[in-house]
Ligand binder design. Structure first.
Ligand code: PEP
Ligand code: MN
Length: 370
């Protein structure tokens, strides 16, 4: 089923200065003290950041870690709003958080990755926000489950929330990787393609987990044409009570943002449009050819299936497949095609072939049963 969302474009939220992309949300992982909140806001305001983030209730993996200052921090965010005219936002994970935010005039909220993964909580938050018009940003769930992410957007939308955005912060990795979370950009691109009108932020801080990856991840988000960044910034990261390794002082954030090459979304230039059309047509032709080739391959695969059946041979010949895959990876390397790409494509083709051959055996089995 094609899902749609009824949303209000970010240009009508009155939050961001869209003339200088990307859209930026910055601020500390956690609000820790009034001084830290105000000092950080001052540093960010000085170079034109309009939207300030700070966690008030922190979802921590282990009990006993710093779990946020709670509601008293909302007063500090109010002060940021009054003193610097910034919009302020924080994470909500249940209805109590929502009511507190509404009470203190918080301008926008986001739903954290652990909460997006829980439809009961998302529904509770959606119900509590009913009849308000504050924007809600939804982080991806911790697992790479696009439908769960979309489901959260649907729940909020169904509760009348039309200022919706998303934040991609990556997924819990299954094995050790350099980043804190697996980028899984493919899922982000899919969501972007399905809902191009929804403002899309990347969170390089939680994705990278370390200052040293912020630049490359932010640039990647720009290369993919995402709209904005949510980045953690702290006036003195060495003393941060949470996520100390991934926070930048405001000045460093300024340098990072200045270094980014922001890609244009589309331009009206006629030559550009013509060349683009030409390239896209070539891609369309190649895609059609790929389909035809896949069909031919599948036809042969079915014939092999028939043949194996006649001779009573097992469908999967693992050693043969391993050697085919290896040789494809080697050849692919000569064409500068990445190994994981080749592996994924050929494994998918192989899986479909095995399924087709299994069908042939099953038909026979069905006949025997009749
Ligand atoms: C955060 O933004 O402070 C946070 C807890 O992030 P996430 O939900 O992505 O882990
Ligand atoms: Mn954090």
């Amino acid at each position: 089923m094609e899902r749609t969302l009824d949303t209000i474009p970010v240009s009508q939220w009155g939050f961001f200065d869209e003339t200088i992309p990307p859209l930026v949300i910055a601020g500390p992982c956690s609000a820790e003290s009034e001084l830290q909140v105000m000092m950080t806001a001052k540093g960010l305001h000085e170079f034109g950041i309009h939207v300030y983030r700070a966690g008030i209730w922190k979802p921590r993996t282990h009990p006993g870690s710093f779990e946020g200052v709670g509601s008293k921090g909302l007063k500090w965010l109010q002060k940021v709003k009054n003193e610097y005219g910034m919009k302020v936002c924080t994470e909500v994970a249940n209805e109590k958080h929502v009511y507190e935010c509404l009470k203190y005039g918080i301008d926008m909220v986001w739903i954290g990755a652990r909460t997006t993964a829980n439809p009961f909580l998302v529904q509770e938050i959606a119900d509590a926000l009913h009849d308000t018009d504050i924007p809600v940003l939804v982080k991806n769930p911790v697992s790479p489950d696009l439908d769960l992410w979309i489901g959260a957007l649907e729940r909020l939308n169904a509760a009348g929330i039309r200022k919706l955005g998303v934040i991609h912060r990556g997924f819990t990795p299954l094995q050790k990787i350099p980043y804190r979370n697996e980028p899984g950009w493919g899922i982000a691109v899919e969501l972007r393609t399905r809902f191009p009108e929804i403002p899309f932020f990347a969170d390089p801080s939680h994705m990278g987990g370390s200052r040293k990856y912020l630049q490359e991840l932010s640039q990647r988000a720009m290369d993919l044409g995402l709209d904005g960044l949510m980045i953690e910034s702290h006036c003195d990261p060495s003393c941060a009570l949470s996520d100390a390794k991934q926070q930048l002082i405001p000045d460093e954030l300024r340098t990072l943002l200045e270094s980014l090459k922001v890609r244009q979304k589309a331009i009206d230039d006629a030559d550009y449009q013509k060349s683009m059309l030409n390239l896209r047509t070539q891609i369309d032709i190649i895609d059609e050819n790929l389909l035809l080739e896949l069909k031919s391959r599948m036809d042969i695969s079915r014939r092999i299936g028939e043949f194996k059946k006649e001779h009573n041979i097992a469908i999967v010949q693992a050693s043969r497949w391993e050697s085919i895959l290896k040789s494809m990876i080697d050849k692919g390397r000569e064409y500068a095609l990445p190994e994981d790409f080749i592996t994924e494509v050929f494994n998918a083709i192989h899986k479909a072939s095995v399924a087709a051959q299994n069908n042939i055996l099953a038909q026979d089995y069905d006949k025997e049963q009749l």
